[in-house]
Write a protein that binds this ligand. Structure first.
Ligand SMILES: Nc1nc2c(c(=O)[nH]1)N[C@H]1C(S)=C(S)[C@@H](COP(=O)(O)OP(=O)(O)OC[C@H]3O[C@@H](n4cnc5c(=O)[nH]c(N)nc54)[C@H](O)[C@@H]3O)O[C@H]1N2
Ligand SMILES: Nc1nc2c(c(=O)[nH]1)N[C@H]1C(S)=C(S)[C@@H](COP(=O)(O)OP(=O)(O)OC[C@H]3O[C@@H](n4cnc5c(=O)[nH]c(N)nc54)[C@H](O)[C@@H]3O)O[C@H]1N2
Ligand code: SF4
Ligand SMILES: [Mo]
Length: 739
């Protein structure tokens, strides 16, 4: 072995960028302190070597000169670098000052998507929330999966107890409003979606995609059905109607613990395929045949994602997805929709609960109900600019870019500018953080360890994988959890060690309760003294369903460190009825709030929607929401931020391929390059979200070259799914003309 080679080393971990969490091998040159290359890890039992181009972008992200390396304070239109102590002291002082003068709710918080992909921020984030004590909490969840959380909470008793498609064993995969070939799956951690879908078809299974656009997933499917945006609930009701009408309902073992079948039968009566054909754009016979095919398949699963969530009837659609799975006996069985057993799951999970957390408080301006401890982010701007004395005066953002990712970006920009104080925990000076007074950047993704805590909950196999840090963190730098802990300690006037110990004690007590042969003292000793999230993770894993219970064999952090490719814990297993957490201990097929919301749907059935065009979004393989675009290796290539227009519409509106279109909604107007294609259905145009870079004051040199336009300038903050409060980001009425 040569000298050079001997100083090279491959570190195995998972890619934290999207929910697939693929196994990667990062080859590093220890002398140069640099990444040589990043490859898929063939030995990872979940991803088996698969990666997408974004994984390689982790190198560019780590090296990006624009990525912030230390705290910054605004001085007018400039920024100065300051020390961590100064930055944290100043931030805590300003937040306390505002809280003292105007109350805890004068401080708002917004958590973005990457907070969920990092072990430290998942575990330590709640500490800061508690210390702030505000109820004006917002997050990307209300531009994403709230409807699924709402319906799962009502049906199964817990908002995060969500069934996932058992994709590797199903015979029939019905996908609504998801494009997993590009997104690599969401609320379904299943790396290598293209390979898994290919395997499905090779074993004789069927893939059916329901989408207003012939997506990359639809291209691989046996059948693609064009559906008018926002009409999924009608579509699903028609399938359910057909099941009852043709005597195809067969709950199997679920029957013993399912309530509300008769109510569903009654509700579905009026949604005959012939009646919903107009509003969905789908021929009645197509709907009937699909119901037959789905119910005839030995093992089938219906899955809905972003397209079914970010729409007017999001919660109804997500509910009906699982009603369909239940009525055909496909819930909680192999090849159907199954509940994972996350390795860190608490032992006492399940058992009668108290119903979902909902409407315990309301927003000031529109009176929108709280859900799962948060308010809808569609109301963030108005809670700053219109709530009068009770307004939000200070904002904490953490790994979020709401200017590009939430509705009516223009209004939010103006609102952010008017704040008394804003602090952003973020790695970039971008479209949102440019409004901050202070930016607190954590280390790069390769400088901290990780464990996929959140996505264990949605994994299509039970799986555990620990990711060690690739590089030591630079002198003085802080990880996300250290920033959270330091701020929490300052707000509470306690030492960080004290705050952390309190938290650890809670996890130790929980572990002791479920481990018969270990008491708290023994567990504390076993976990060691090292500060940080590892101890907590170890406690959760060891006390969890696969754990060693601090006594004998089983999962532990040590075992994961010894197995750098991850440990496969087997296929998903049936978990019901024991794991249900509804008040009755049964599956609630017809929860009162959902049944009541059907009235809203009904009122839409005959009100012919004769507005002109509607706008939907899309994702690209080389995008990651709004923020990987400063990495040239990922951002480069043909223009992606284009408006897809059907040839008939293009002809009628005088648009040509490569030309420019003006798109106007209630709230804004913008121009975008046109791509004429029959992959989009007539009457619908598509523009991806997360673009719109090049803002004044941002520090994203590369992204500015691939700026595009912000599609969320067009989405309307007044448009929400009335039940959950999730934003409507698809099916936005727009006027389109040649620019
Ligand atoms: N029109 C439309 N809008 C949408 C969607 C859509 O389909 N259509 N999708 C929605 C969905 S599903 C989501 S999840 C949201 C996402 O919405 P957000 O979470 O608000 O936005 P992201 O683009 O994920 O921005 C992530 C931010 O985190 C920073 N960051 C990245 N990694 C780290 C880290 O490790 N630590 C810290 N502190 N910061 C980090 C980045 O610099 C960036 O500022 O967008 C939503 N918006
Ligand atoms: N490459 C890449 N991967 C990602 C992300 C990314 O930005 N880029 N983001 C990650 C995040 S945060 C998430 S939440 C997931 C999202 O994962 P997915 O939901 O799989 O992602 P999308 O590509 O947004 O797919 C939504 C689909 O819904 C369709 N659609 C729009 N409106 C409707 C409607 O009313 N009804 C129906 N049936 N379909 C409709 C759209 O045409 C689109 O094909 O992806 C994750 N993975
Ligand atoms: S699909 Fe791509 S971005 Fe997502 S985890 Fe895998 S490699 Fe990373
Ligand atoms: Mo998301």
């Amino acid at each position: 072995m040569s000298q050079i080679e001997s100083r090279r080393e491959t570190v195995y971990r998972s890619c934290p960028l999207c929910e697939a969490h693929c196994g990667i091998g990062i080859e590093v040159d220890r002398d140069a302190g640099q990444v040589v290359t990043i490859k898929g890890n063939d030995d990872d039992p979940m991803s088996r070597g698969y990666i997408c181009p974004k994984a390689y972008g982790l190198k560019g992200l780590h090296e990006d000169p624009d990525r912030l390396r230390g705290p910054m304070r605004r001085t007018g239109s400039e920024w100065e670098e300051i020390s961590w102590d100064e930055a944290l002291d100043y931030t805590a002082a300003r937040l306390m000052e505002i809280r003292e003068a105007h109350g805890a709710n004068a401080v708002g918080t917004y958590l973005g998507n990457p907070t969920v992909h990092n072990l430290g921020t998942v575990l330590y984030g709640p500490l800061l929330q508690r210390a702030l004590g505000t109820r004006w909490r917002f997050s990307a969840s209300s531009v994403d999966q709230w409807p699924k959380m709402f319906s799962a909470g009502e049906m199964f008793g817990e908002t995060l107890f969500i069934p996932v498609p058992d994709i590797d064993r199903t015979d029939f995969f019905l996908v609504l409003g998801g494009n997993p070939v590009v997104s690599n799956g969401s609320l379904m951690t299943a790396p290598d979606m293209p390979g898994r879908l290919k395997a499905l078809r090779e074993r004789g299974g069927k893939l059916v995609v329901v989408d207003p656009r012939r997506s990359e997933t639809a291209e691989l499917a046996d059948q693609h059905i064009f559906l008018k945006p926002g009409s999924d609930a009608f579509f699903l009701f028609a399938l359910i109607h057909t099941l009852f009408e043709e005597d195809r309902v067969a709950l199997g073992r679920l029957e013993a613990f399912t309530r509300g079948v008769d109510e569903i039968r009654t509700l579905a009566k009026e949604f005959a395929p012939e009646r919903v054909s107009h509003v969905t754009g789908v021929p009645a016979e197509t709907l009937r045949q699909l119901a037959r095919d789905f119910s005839a398949a030995p093992r089938a699963v219906c899955y809905g994602r972003i397209g079914t969530c970010t729409q007017e009837f999001g919660t109804l659609a997500n509910w009906l997805v699982d009603v369909l799975n239940t009525l055909t006996g496909n819930l909680d069985r192999a090849g159907g929709a199954m509940f994972p057993t996350p390795p860190p799951e608490r032992a006492r999970a399940g058992g009668p609960g108290r119903g979902i957390p909902y409407a315990r408080w309301r927003s000031h301006v529109r009176g929108l109900p709280e859900f799962a401890g948060e308010l809808p982010v569609a109301s963030l701007a108005e809670e700053i600019d219109s709530a009068g004395e009770e307004r939000i005066r200070a904002l904490v953002t953490h790994a979020g870019n709401p200017v590009l990712s939430t509705p009516n970006g223009d209004r939010l920009e103006r609102a952010l500018e008017s704040l008394d104080f804003m602090v952003s925990i973020d790695i970039y000076l971008n479209e949102t953080t440019r409004f901050a007074d202070i930016i607190l950047p954590p280390v790069s993704h390769l400088e901290c360890s990780n464990y996929d805590l959140a996505f264990n909950t949605f994994s299509v196999r039970n799986f555990a994988h620990y990711s060690p840090r690739v590089f030591e963190k630079p002198e003085g730098a802080k990880e996300g959890w250290e920033i959270l802990l330091a701020l929490t300690a300052r707000l509470g006037g306690a030492a960080p060690e004290v705050v952390e110990n309190l938290m650890i004690s809670r996890f130790i007590d929980a572990a002791a309760e479920s481990c018969p042969n270990a008491d708290a003292e023994a567990i504390r000793g076993a976990l060691g003294e090292e500060p940080g999230p590892e101890r907590v993770l170890d406690a959760m894993l060891r006390a969890g369903p696969f754990g060693d219970q601090f006594d004998g064999d089983g999962l532990s952090l040590e075992q994961l460190r010894d197995n750098p490719h991850g440990i496969d814990l087997g296929p998903l297993e049936p978990r019901l009825p024991q794991r249900l957490a509804t008040e009755t201990g049964s599956i609630e097929l017809a929860p009162a709030r959902l049944v009541a919301d059907v009235e809203r749907l009904r009122s839409r059935q005959d009100a012919a929607r004769e507005h002109g065009m509607v706008l939907i979004g899309r994702r690209h393989l080389r995008s990651n929401n709004s923020w990987m675009r400063n990495v040239r290796a990922i951002a480069k290539g043909p223009e992606r931020c284009t408006l897809l227009v059907h040839p008939e519409d293009a002809a009628r509106l005088g648009l040509r391929d490569g030309g420019s279109a003006r798109v106007r909604s209630r709230v804004a107007e913008l121009e975008a390059p046109v791509s004429v294609t029959d992959e989009i259905m007539p009457g619908v145009v598509s523009l991806p979200h997360g673009f719109g870079h090049g803002a004044r004051g941002a520090r994203l040199g590369v992204a500015a070259e691939f700026a595009g336009v912000n599609s969320n300038r067009l989405t309307d903050e007044l448009g929400i799914d009335a039940l959950s409060g999730n934003a409507i980001l698809n099916g936005i009425p727009v006027a389109v003309s040649a620019a």
